[in-house]
Each structure stands twice: as C-alpha cells, then as structure tokens.
Design a protein around this ligand. Structure first.
Ligand code: GCU
Length: 328
C-alpha cells in the first residue's frame, strides 16, 4: 500500500544524500596566510604542496596562498584561524608558543645538535607528531613543519659575545622563550611583528634582530644592518596550520591528500632550504656588503643554560625536551 509519509521521508533522505555528494564534489578553496615574500623558500614549498593537493584531489581542493602579511601578521592570522575566518596559516614555533605552550619545547636555545638531530625530533611521532596534533580543540591543528634554519643576531656591529649585547634593544618574536633568552644574554628584548622590523631597524627603534640569513635579502634587513654574527642560538621550525572548521569541511580523502602533500613538501623543502639559503648568503655578502662573523658559541651557550635546565623540569614541555635530548 502506498505510504505517503514513508515516501516523503525516503524522498528527503535521497535529496539529502544527493546534496551531500554534490557538496563533497564541489570545489573547496582554502586561503593560506603568511608573512614571507614570494621568493622565500617556504613560500615555494607551500606552493608545491598546494599544487600537489590540487592534483591529488582532481582540482576539488584549491589552496590559495597570500604572502607578505596581506591577510594580517602572524598573530592576527592565528586569531582569524581560531575564529574560523581564515583557513590556513604558516607561523613558527616561537609565535605559536603563546597559543600552545608545547611549541615552546622547540624554542630552548642550543637544544639541537645539528640539522639531523632537529629533523629526527620533528619527524618523531612522539615529539613533532604529538605537538602538531596537540591543539585539537583550540581551533586549529598543525599539518607539517618547514625548516627555517638557525637564528643568529644581526646588528650594525658584530656581536662576538653576550658582552656585545649589553644595552642593545633586540627585536624578538612575541614569545616568552625569545624574551627570556635575550634577557639572559644581557640585551633588552623588544617584541615586534616581522613586517615592522625593517623600519624599526632603519629608524633605530631597535638596534639588532635575530633570524636566519634570508631576512637580510628577502626582507632587505641587510640594507640597514651590516653584521650577521653566527651564534646560531636557536633552530625554530616554521609550522603550517589549518583551522579545525576548514579541516572538518574536507572529506576524509581530501584530508588524506592534504596530509600527504604537506609531508612531501616538508621533505623537498629540506634540500631547497639549504640551496636557497646558500644563495641568499652569497647575495647578502656580494650585493648588500653584509659581513658574516664567526663567533665562539660557548659564552652564549653558558648564558642560556638555565633555560635548558628549567625546560627539562617543566611539567608541560619537560617530557618533550627530555625526548629531544635523548635523540642527540
Ligand atoms: C622567520 C619565519 C617567519 C617569522 C620570522 C620572525 O623568518 O619564517 O615566519 O615571522 O622568522 O622572526 O618573525
């Protein structure tokens, strides 16, 4: 017998199923914000990731990258991500420490012995993997890491020992670890967004900064600071993030494609980073006349040793720092 109610109910279910499959096939565009420029190796690696995602999803998922802080600086981008108004962002462990203390495990000075040790920790599911997943429920999750080299001080004069930092105003990222490190080394830390740093250095609002050498050429800091002192105090990874709201919009297959492409791009970036930083160092020396100063790291290591001891005993990051130490 014809059952009108059942017919309507079935019809509705069918309609819902059809709508669902149409919406899952519909194109998703994800906006990705970051603060480096288009020639930066991390931008290039993220573009490779976006190209692979497009290919793996047959054009269903498009990642559109907005460089140069056009959608906001790193902090603003993170806030937009948390409120669900932005899909993706590239930040780094230093800035992320304010959003999830676990990222602080990477920010302990002189933690990593070398690049190999650093990659071991990032790729370890119990260290790098858990930290990326740790923000579930906070509005975003981490997808992968990108090598951002080691960070050193640069200024209008060489910094050969912590003595040379005395009385200097040093721009740092807005991160508790960066502030503490700079104070222990004897300088006055000034937190500023990356995009404001060129003018701050030029106008003498700060005397020095610290970063990898690409900042000299790609952010033009080498025009206003001529000495890059290779104390290599930290090796802090860049981190690619996606909002949980945008993640939930993707089908399980699309999520898989994003994860896979992100992991591939981290590994192709490894070699690209080395090749491109060598080129930028050469440009900084030859076209901007920046002098790269070799320094004895030991006095810097000693100045910040209390941070390592404190980190080991910390209830949150301690277990991670211990694991990282064990991989040395
Ligand atoms: C690195 C990193 C940037 C970061 C910058 C900074 O260059 O790639 O994302 O913002 O350091 O010092 O702020």
């Amino acid at each position: 017998m014809f059952n009108k109610k059942k017919f309507i109910a079935l019809g509705l279910t069918g309609l819902m199923a059809a709508t669902l499959s149409v919406s899952s096939l519909a194109k998703v565009t994800l906006k990705l914000s970051h603060n480096n420029n288009k020639s930066h190796p991390v931008h290039i690696s993220m573009q490779n990731m976006a190209d692979e995602v497009k290919e793996l999803t047959n054009g269903e998922v498009i990642i559109r990258i907005y460089p140069d802080s056009t959608l906001g600086n790193q902090r603003e981008s993170m806030e937009l991500i948390q409120s669900g108004s932005l899909d993706m962002a590239k930040s780094n462990a230093s800035e992320l420490e304010a959003f999830e203390p676990l990222y602080g495990a990477f920010n302990v000075p002189y933690l990593f012995k070398d690049t190999e040790h650093y990659y071991k920790a990032l790729l370890d599911p119990e260290i790098g993997g858990k930290i990326l997943a740790s923000t579930e429920g906070k509005g975003f999750i981490g997808l992968t890491y990108y090598d951002a080299g080691s960070r050193s001080f640069y200024a209008k004069k060489p910094i050969r020992s912590p003595e040379d930092l005395k009385g200097l105003k040093v721009r740092v990222q807005p991160s508790p670890s960066a502030l503490e490190m700079t104070k222990l080394m004897g300088a006055s830390p000034t937190p500023l967004a990356f995009g404001e740093l060129y003018t701050a250095l030029q106008q003498g609002v700060v005397d020095a900064a610290e970063n990898n050498p690409t900042a000299l050429t790609l952010m033009r800091h080498g025009e206003v600071t001529k000495f890059f002192s290779e104390d290599e105090h930290t090796i802090i990874p860049d981190v690619l993030l996606i909002s949980e709201k945008s993640w939930a919009k993707l089908t399980p297959e699309q999520q898989q494609a994003v994860k896979l492409a992100a992991a591939h791009s981290m590994m192709t970036h490894k070699d690209l980073w080395v090749k491109m930083t060598d080129e930028e160092v050469k440009k900084a020396k030859e076209t901007l006349g920046v002098e790269f100063v070799k320094v004895d790291k030991q006095p810097f290591v000693e100045a910040v040793k209390p941070m390592h001891d404190k980190a080991l005993a910390d209830p949150v990051i301690g277990p991670y720092v211990q694991k990282i130490d064990a991989l040395r």
